[in-house]
Design a protein around this ligand. Sequence first.
Ligand code: ZN
Length: 411
Amino acid sequence: MKIFIVLCSLFALGFSKRLFHNDQVLRVHPTEGQRDLLEKLPETFPAIDFWAGPRGSGPVDIYVPRAFVGPVKVYLNRHRINNEIFVEDLQKNIDNERSPRPEQMDLASFDYNVYHTLDEIQQWIDDITASYSIATKVHEGFSYEGREFHAIKLSKGGFAKPAFVINCGLHSREWVNPATCMYAVKYFVEATTGSEESSILDDIDVYVTPISNPDGYVYTWTDDRMWRKTRSVNNKVCIGVDPNRNWDANWSGPGASASSCNDLYYGPSVMSEIEVQSQANFVASIPNVKAYIDIHAYSQYWMFPYGYTYTHADDYDMLNVIASDSAAAIQSVHGMTYQHGPISTVIYESSGSSADYFYDKQGIKCSFAAELRDTGRYGFTLPERFIQPTAEETFAGLKVISNYVAVGACS
Ligand code: ZN
């Protein structure tokens, strides 16, 4: 009987998890005219997923499940669209992303260079805010499945100092983002007197949210490593909404999908997602927010509004200077190149994004969206050895924004 129960548990565990054996990522180099053809590809192959492109000027990364690899290649070759296999076997990448380790529930031995479960991250938030007086745990909101999530307020005191809000983990499969946000908190709390980090906190308050889509994040650990959306049930065919197409910023416009099964689904109504509402209300409740950044991965971009239009934002010149300085600071750390510019120019038109919303609707002048490492070699399955360098260079970019806030450039 015992054996039967164990077998049943293993069955439940083993077969609930989505596997990606021999699924591939194709890197495609289309001519300008061929991008329209690529955009139509999901009509024939709904199971594919664009991880980069097809809009914009760069190469296009297409995730293709094993069963469709052959037919998709035939389609591409028939239309003479230049393509190569970029990831040969996605499951191998997932298997190589992290190594087995015991659960980490202790701040003293906490390893920042591994990916953490939601439970571990929540424990870490409790521990770090209990250990450092400048760090406070702040309630941000609840998820669809009822999980509470938090920000960490970093402040040396004073009333309504200019604030910089840093958000991570809106798209759940982008694991390097929460890891980077946690590193940013570590750098601030461990800063020595007289250091740049310490003097930033003399002038401004910083709020860091490591995980803003906790349901999706848990799901990437338990069921589907490539889950991007929320987990809301909308009486539609498929579950979840893209939480970065759901904001009140030209909602349901270009670069978002009306199909609930699409990873870019904009949702049943504007701001329908409780995670999105929570974050909007949370930021609105902070007095004097001058800067916001939503951190994503991958592609190595440092961007600003607008996403939903090619029209320049009123603050384009200033935002472009800050983004350019950030990209230079990032490059100075490990030599990585980050493109900078408006979201619509750097990637493609995308409506309903957080950076546009906070810029337009909450009047936060210095509003940014970043895409961290890499440029596609590992994509969402960036191995753990890259967490620290990614965090180090990202923090250099975040300090640039912080310093602009401190001198009043974003007011
Ligand atoms: Zn993202």
